[in-house]
Design a protein around this ligand. Structure first.
Ligand code: NAD
Length: 488
């Protein structure tokens, strides 16, 4: 059953009420698989952000004083609402983004994981204490919420990414403004309707729709304490620099070009499907997607042969159709960008072993289709080996040994995730120790840290200090206060 997503004029959720954007313009959005209209997103304004900050600031003192277990209880309720609406949220996600329903279900599950983890805040937020640091003097270090935070999200995980932050920010006692991606605002609109049902004090959670103008106002607004950003490295750097200039805390998770190293001693039958899923899952639009595969020594020939066979089994189509394993890319503009990389790879001298240009799905010709593409004979200095393509395009390189592979990986500007496929423990250990990426998989193609572990990359893939999820997240949203007591 196709769901009707159309929301005539998507509203913001500010101060506990649904309010129209002050912006006059709306951008029409379509289902990437069918080309059908799904609704429109307002081009938000500074005034929208200002209204949300006013509401969030007003809500902060009482929310800060709300006992931590009470704050956590709202997350238990949110978790239950998300469970009850699990499939509906996933279907919205598929229809606005294009990924398959099973990929959407997986991402919603990961979002719920965050809510469950954040509900443990009474334990997570505990400080430290030491009796008698000097004679008759005790010391207590405690974590305190800071005020208004903002979350800025990318398009590739419409339901999940804001949930990387919201539960932790909320349960630590801060108030929050979420700006969903203007390309996929409907999953978060649905999450906002669930949050509306929680009957939180007005202004504790706010949703403001829009693009660049909204982001720029968030960056400069003097009453926002910190920003959690996820998106491309180019914008992550803009947000990091701009928000830091106005004294904010920033965690800016940027783009990726993830390397997968394959040794000939890997378990081929298990490894190859896993590598293909990493690279082509979500049509390559995952920050943890494998993109550049480095075959060590004589692994190259069997790897390319087996990859071709496995990629040939992918089924492209509408993500709501059972059996489909490869959805469209997000937009016609992104399709053009991905295809331009394919042309560039050919110009750079790589061999296009599988050509996804011109691919389409019968009956869905209006979709943003890019068929699975495979470049072999790729040189590490080629742009296609270094730049983020963010589409279903895999590049295969050769390295003589692990040291040679590591030299290639170290020369790259981005370092989000990396994986190795091997059955040799020592090879795996050396890889984990030396690889610059901060999320590392051993015989795992999508090395996604779960809610209770730190999530975020290195080098050009991350700007900031404290990363997302787990204990870093608790630290990011709190200020440590140390009190030293003496009673006469
Ligand atoms: P994007 O950088 O274009 O947009 C991200 C957010 O920034 C959006 O909310 C958008 O409205 C805003 N924005 C866009 N251009 C802006 C500008 N010039 N000034 C101010 N704000 C601007 O990213 P995207 O295309 O939506 O998402 C894909 C990117 O996100 C990929 O690079 C992917 O690797 C990355 N990503 C990273 C992670 C991670 O954990 N590191 C996770 C998911 C996605």
């Amino acid at each position: 059953m196709t769901q009707k997503l159309f929301v005539e004029r998507l509203h913001n959720f500010i101060g506990g009420a649904w309010v129209a954007s002050t912006g006059a313009d709306h951008v029409a959005l379509t289902n990437p698989a069918t080309g059908e209209p799904v609704g429109s997103c307002p081009v938000g304004t500074s005034a929208d952000v200002d209204a949300a900050v006013t509401a969030a600031k007003l809500a902060f003192p009482a929310w800060r004083d709300t006992p931590v277990p009470t704050r956590s209880r709202y997350l238990f309720d949110l978790r239950n609402l998300l469970e009850q609406n699990f499939e509906e949220l996933a279907r919205i996600c598929t229809q606005e983004h294009g990924k398959t329903l099973s990929e959407s279900l997986g991402s919603v599950r990961r979002g719920i994981d965050m809510v469950e983890c954040g509900a443990g805040m009474p334990s997570l937020m505990m400080g430290k204490a030491l009796e008698d640091i000097s004679s008759g003097i005790d010391c207590i270090e405690q974590r305190q919420p800071m005020g208004v935070f903002a979350v800025i999200a990318p398009y590739n995980f419409p339901a999940m990414v804001p949930l990387w932050f919201l539960p932790f920010c909320l349960a630590t006692g801060n108030t929050i403004i979420v700006k969903p991606s203007e390309q996929v605002p409907f999953s978060q609109h649905f999450v906002a309707t669930l949050i509306d049902k929680l009957k939180l004090p007005p202004g504790v959670v706010n949703f403001v729709n829009g693009g660049k103008d909204v982001v720029n106002r968030i960056i400069e607004h003097p009453e926002i304490q910190g920003v959690s950003f996820v998106g491309s490295s180019k914008v992550a750097k803009i947000v990091y620099e701009g928000a830091a200039k106005t004294g904010k805390r920033v965690q800016a998770l940027g783009g990726a070009k993830n390397f997968i190293v394959v040794a000939n001693d890997c378990d081929w039958d298990k490894s190859v499907p896993n590598i293909v899923e990493s690279c082509y899952g979500c049509a390559g639009q995952r920050c943890l997607a494998g993109a550049t595969i480095i075959a060590i020594g004589d692994a190259y020939e069997p790897l390319v042969r087996k990859l071709k066979e496995e990629i040939g089994r992918l089924v492209m189509g509408n993500g709501l159709t059972p059996g489909v394993t490869l959805g469209p890319v997000i937009s016609p503009a992104h399709k053009e960008r991905v295809l331009a990389f394919v042309e560039l790879g050919l110009k750079e001298g790589a061999t296009l072993a599988l050509d996804g240009r011109g691919a389409t799905v019968p009956g869905l010709e209006q979709g943003n289709w890019v068929g699975p593409s495979l470049f072999v004979d790729v040189n590490p200095t080629m742009t296609i080996a270094r730049d983020e393509i963010f589409g279903p395009v895999m590049c295969v390189l050769r390295a003589t040994d692990l040291a040679d592979a590591m030299k290639i990986v170290h020369a790259q500007p981005l370092a989000n995730a990396a994986s190795i496929y091997t059955s040799n423990g020592r090879t795996a250990r050396d890889f984990v120790k030396e690889v610059p990426a901060a999320m590392v998989g051993v015989n795992i193609g999508v090395a996604a840290p779960m809610a209770f572990f730190t999530f975020g990359g290195s080098k050009g893939s991350f700007f900031g200090d404290l990363k997302a999820h787990g204990s870093d997240s608790v630290s990011f949203y709190t200020n440590n206060k140390t009190a030293i007591y003496r009673w006469h």
